[in-house]
Structures are given as C-alpha cells and as structure tokens.
Write a new protein. Structure first.
Length: 292
C-alpha cells in the first residue's frame, strides 16, 4: 500500500473515531439532561407537596381552639414557625436541593408537633366536657336545694303568718250601752252623755301575755271619730290614728272581760255609729249602734 493510501485510511479511521465519540458524547449529554430534568421535576413536585403540607397545617392551627392561655401562646409560636417556613420555601430556588431537604425535614417536625397539640387539645376538650357535665349536675343539685329551701321558706313564712294570725286576739260578746246623764240606758242622740263598750277577749295560748291597752274608735254617721278628754292617737299599720277612748288591762291568755267608757262633751247627731276595737295594733272586733 502506498503512502497516500495509508494516509487516507488513517484519516477515515480518525474521522470515524471522532464521529463515534461525538455521537457517544451527545448521547451522554442527553442522558444528563434527562436526569437533570427528572430531578428538577421531582424537586418541583416535592417543593409543592411541602408547601401544601405547610398551608394545610396553617388551616388546622386556625381551627385549634382552647381556653388554656399558655397553650394558646405555644400554638401562636408554632403558627409563626409555619409562616416562616412557607416564606423560606417560596423564596428558595428549585435547584437548591439542600435547602428544600432542610425545609422538608422541618415540615415533618412541625407536623409531629402539631399532632401532639391536637392530642393535648382533644384531651382538654374531653376533660372540659366532663367538667361541664359535672358543673351542670352541680348546678341542678344546687337549684334543687334552692328550690327546696324556697319551698321550706314558703312553708315557714306560711306557718309564721298563720302563727301571727293565730296570736291576734279576738273580742267576743260585744255590747254597747248608751247612757244619759243619770247613767240610764237611752237611744236618744240628744240625751247621750256616755258610751260603755264591753267585750270579752277570747282565750289564746299563743298571744303575748301581760299588760296592754284596748282602744275603741267610735265613728259618727259622717265618719268623724268621736273625741273627748280621754281621746288620743295610737299606731296602726305604721300610721298614727285617733281613738275615742282606751283601757289598760292585763291579759294572761284566758278569757278576759273588758269595758271601755267614752264621755261625750257635746250633743251628738242621729244615725248609725260604728265602733271598732283594737289591741296590739290589730282590729279585734266591731259593732254598730243607732241614735235616734
């Protein structure tokens, strides 16, 4: 083989080698590009998943409610950490694999912490419901006791009122004698000089024993209370009212006869007169008479 042929053959072989190497290099470049693209897609997808996890945690934290002040402060701290992780994630480049990996690990830690908080809050809610039920039961028992107490107070008040009423004395066998100046019985208005009101205080073991006054009020036909030197004022229902005459007596719980006198100092008119008897601030009897 001559020299030219050898050179030509060498050149052909060299070109084949170069072409082969170029083909192989191109193939390698394409594989690298494919791998890089795949990694970028994976990283992009992983970054999106991390962002979804962080956003989901934000929503969950917003729904976590508790009355525990200390726990609420801890929840706010964790919410700030999630917001900071989101801020960093959205600012990191997709090619920064190390940072994305770091944020992924932090996200997992934050998820674990959040699960613990959820357990704590669930436990607190269960305990609060139990306490609420117990409080309702206690309140119901309290209301029941109050209702019973009120009922007992009503009964007590009723009994007290009944006793109070039972203690009130009553005047029986009331008689009225109209007398002239000779102490003789009369029914004439012009001759009236003295009125004698007699009655019997009934026996009452509940009534207070001792000295007290019996008051009589004699109302003329026009409603005016008859007054004289023995007249005055006494207390009835927190008011001072006039009495025509009074008599001091001692009452020991048994029947007691009493007579009260009123002396006229002027001529009286014809008509019906009303006599009311009082003792211990209570009306105990009444009767009427007519003057002609």
């Amino acid at each position: 083989m001559n020299t030219i042929s050898k050179v030509t053959l060498f050149i052909v072989i060299l070109e084949a080698i170069v072409i082969g190497w170029l083909v192989w290099d191109k193939f390698q470049q394409e594989e690298i590009i494919k791998e890089t693209s795949t990694e970028l897609v994976q990283v992009k997808s992983e970054k999106a998943l991390i962002e979804e996890d962080l956003e989901a945690m934000q929503i969950q934290y917003d729904g976590l409610k508790t009355n525990n002040k200390e726990l609420n402060q801890k929840l706010e701290i964790e919410k700030e950490k999630i917001s900071e992780a989101l801020r960093q994630l959205r600012g990191v480049k997709q090619t920064n694999y190390a940072k994305i990996k770091q944020l992924k690990d932090e996200t997992e830690t934050l998820k674990s912490i959040m699960k613990d908080f959820v357990k704590q809050i669930d436990k607190l809610n269960v305990e609060n419901k139990k306490l609420h039920s117990e409080n309702i039961e206690i309140k119901q028992n309290y209301d029941s006791v109050i209702a019973k107490t009120d009922s007992l107070n009503i009964v007590k008040d009723s009994l007290s009122n009944q006793i109070k009423i039972a203690k009130v004395l009553k005047a029986e066998n009331i008689s009225i004698l109209i007398m002239n100046k000779r102490d003789k019985k009369t029914s004439k208005a012009k001759k009236l000089k003295k009125i004698k009101v007699c009655f019997t205080i009934d026996d009452n073991v509940l009534a207070k024993k001792g000295t007290r006054y019996a008051y009589i009020r004699i109302a003329a036909p026009d409603g005016i209370i008859l007054m004289s030197d023995e007249s005055g004022m006494f207390k009835y229902k927190n008011k001072e009212i006039a009495y025509s005459s009074k008599r001091e007596l001692t009452y020991e719980g048994s029947k007691t006869n009493v007579c009260v006198f009123w002396t006229a100092n002027a001529e009286q008119s014809e008509g019906r007169y009303d006599v009311d008897i009082f003792m211990d601030g209570n009306p105990i009897g009444e009767k009427q008479f007519i003057l002609k």
